[in-house]
Design a binder for this molecule. Structure first.
Ligand code: HEM
Length: 498
């Protein structure tokens, strides 16, 4: 394989100029590498780069990652579906990746934690995947979702109690990163392990800091103790279902799967929650649509799963045989990046990327096919109740810095809001067993305006855009929430669990 030929196929890829010399190091010329291919990891704006790649190569584009390792990035929505749903052609077993076999990927490659094959369901295929995944599916299916909603609500009250008297908070670090960890510790069966230390350890691991190994050891220690407890006396929790499952998972398999579940759930759900809260806080139209009943909280969550999928890409799929995808010739052993972020804005499914998707769930934020996320409904419940209950508790919450000061960190894998500083009228702590409510202390805001609704995406029924009008000022909230009148409202409260 020469550096001037297409690093993926050895041929000239469609649109790539193989005669183009690599730009000198440090050249701002667009982060291009051998063969004129774009270096994903050097991009300052991946959204923009994906659109350039789509224009240059179509729905499947050749790119480079760290150490100039070649890879295809799948940008099309239909092509992503094809990638995820063709187990005869593509799998997640990195041991067949030719770049690894050829020694192009070194053991110290920065993406090695994602690349290295591990005996767990995220990398397994066929019967082995069915065995491991079957146990996880049973554990998820045993979730009492109404009880979960109630528990998430209580966790919201607990977390908000920690800052509600201050009148200000930073909602990424103090809220969005805490709620999923509090809930997942409960779901897995180790509620006592939830504290600041475990949130800090998870953060640390994901940032890959110098103490990441120690943080991983801290989390693994908690999960191994949980596995041992559950083996001795399995309860009716997630871990109990894994332990008892007829697939006969070993202690090591249980602990490693608990780790994947805890960390994936923590990272993705915290990211989703932060993104929805940010949108509510920066976009008065979004907030007024929510307040005015034109959009439900689940629809708001779904909208953000389209616009900002918590995992921008998933590393990676590998071709089991020579095939074709999106007009590109894929060779056996090629690596392909599944990329929900660009696939969700494929102009063929979203001609207008600003359109309201109206709760449409055909985005790719949870993947698809055999590896589709088994915990998506748990993630949705945490995000939905996490937004709904926070806004009930702090209805006057608003951003305390200009939107332009909000910063993101971005890697190939994900894009994270760094901080979301807010203020609100200070409130006393609340009994966590109470339904979320707020004191009659926040004057209703007069300055929200309903603008023109987001246009509606083509495949989804269009909603008439209301003419701009001032937001109707709601009557001042009562000091305590009245008992709901009517069978429907009582049913709704029962269903929500709060
Ligand atoms: C908003 C929250 C979440 C998002 C956006 C998300 C997204 C994803 C994605 C994109 C995948 C990979 C699909 C692929 O490889 O093609 C995945 C896999 C997985 N997720 Fe989630 N996830 C979330 C929450 C959760 C939760 C709460 C759990 C816990 C039950 C969970 C457990 C898993 C597991 C075990 C896998 C591996 C499945 C397999 O390979 O068969 N996730 N998730």
């Amino acid at each position: 394989m020469t550096t001037e030929s297409n690093p993926l196929t050895g041929d000239s890829p469609a649109g790539a100029d193989s005669s183009r010399p690599a730009p000198p190091p440090g050249c701002p010329a667009h982060g291009r590498g051998p063969g004129g291919l774009s270096r994903l990891h050097e991009s300052a704006d991946l959204k923009e780069l994906y659109e350039e790649l789509r224009a240059e190569h179509g729905p499947v584009a050749p790119v480079l990652i760290h150490d100039d390792v070649p890879l295809w990035v799948v940008l099309g929505h239909a092509e992503s579906q094809q990638l995820l749903r063709s187990p005869a052609h593509f799998c997640k077993d990195s041991r067949i990746w030719s770049a690894l076999g050829d020694g192009l990927v070194k053991p110290d490659h920065p993406l090695m934690p994602h690349i290295a094959w591990q005996p767990m369901c995220a990398h397994a295929e066929g019967d082995e995947h069915r065995r491991l995944r079957g146990a996880i599916d049973v554990a998820v299916a045993a979730t009492d979702f109404r009880g979960l909603r109630r528990h998430v609500n209580r966790s919201v009250q607990r977390v908000v109690n920690r800052f509600c008297e201050a009148g200000e908070a930073e909602l990424v670090g103090q809220y969005a990163e805490h709620l999923p960890m509090a809930v997942m510790c409960h779901v897995l069966g180790m509620p006592d392990e939830y504290n600041d230390r475990i949130v800090e350890a998870a953060r640390d691991m994901l940032r890959g800091t110098e103490t990441a190994i120690a943080s991983n050891a801290y989390i693994m220690d908690a999960l191994q103790r949980l596995t041992a407890r559950s083996r001795a006396e399995p309860l009716d929790d997630f871990t109990g279902h894994l332990t008892r499952h007829p697939a006969g998972l070993t202690d090591e398999e249980i602990a490693q799967h608990l780790r994947v579940v805890l960390i994936a759930a923590y990272e993705a759900t915290a990211n989703l929650l932060a993104n929805v809260l940010r949108q509510v806080l920066i976009d008065p139209r979004f907030r007024s649509q929510l307040n005015g009943g034109q959009m439900t909280v689940p629809q708001a969550v779904e909208q953000l799963l389209w616009d900002e999928p918590p995992f921008s890409t998933i590393f990676a799929y590998y071709a089991k045989q020579e095939t074709e995808l999106g007009g590109q010739r894929i060779r056996k052993g090629d690596g392909l990046l599944f990329a929900p972020a660009p696939a969700n804005v494929d102009p063929r499914v979203r001609p207008d990327p600003t359109a309201d998707m109206m709760g449409n769930r055909s985005h790719l934020a949870f993947g698809g096919g055999t590896h589709e996320c088994p915990g998506q409904d748990i993630g949705r419940v945490i995000a939905e109740v996490g937004v709904d209950a926070l806004l009930m508790r702090l209805p006057d919450v608003e951003l305390s810095v200009p939107e332009s000061e909000l910063r993101f960190t971005e890697s190939i894998a994900s894009r994270h809001l760094v901080e979301l500083p807010v203020n609100f009228i200070p409130r006393p702590q609340q009994d966590v067993l109470q339904r979320p409510s707020h004191e009659n202390d926040a004057p209703p805001r007069q300055d929200w305006h309903i603008g023109v609704s987001r246009p509606v995406a083509a495949p989804v029924p269009r909603v008439e855009a209301p003419a701009p009008m001032p937001m109707p000022v709601p009557p001042p909230p009562p000091a305590t929430r009245p008992e709901p009148r009517g069978a429907w409202q009582r049913l709704l409260r029962w269903w929500r669990g709060y």
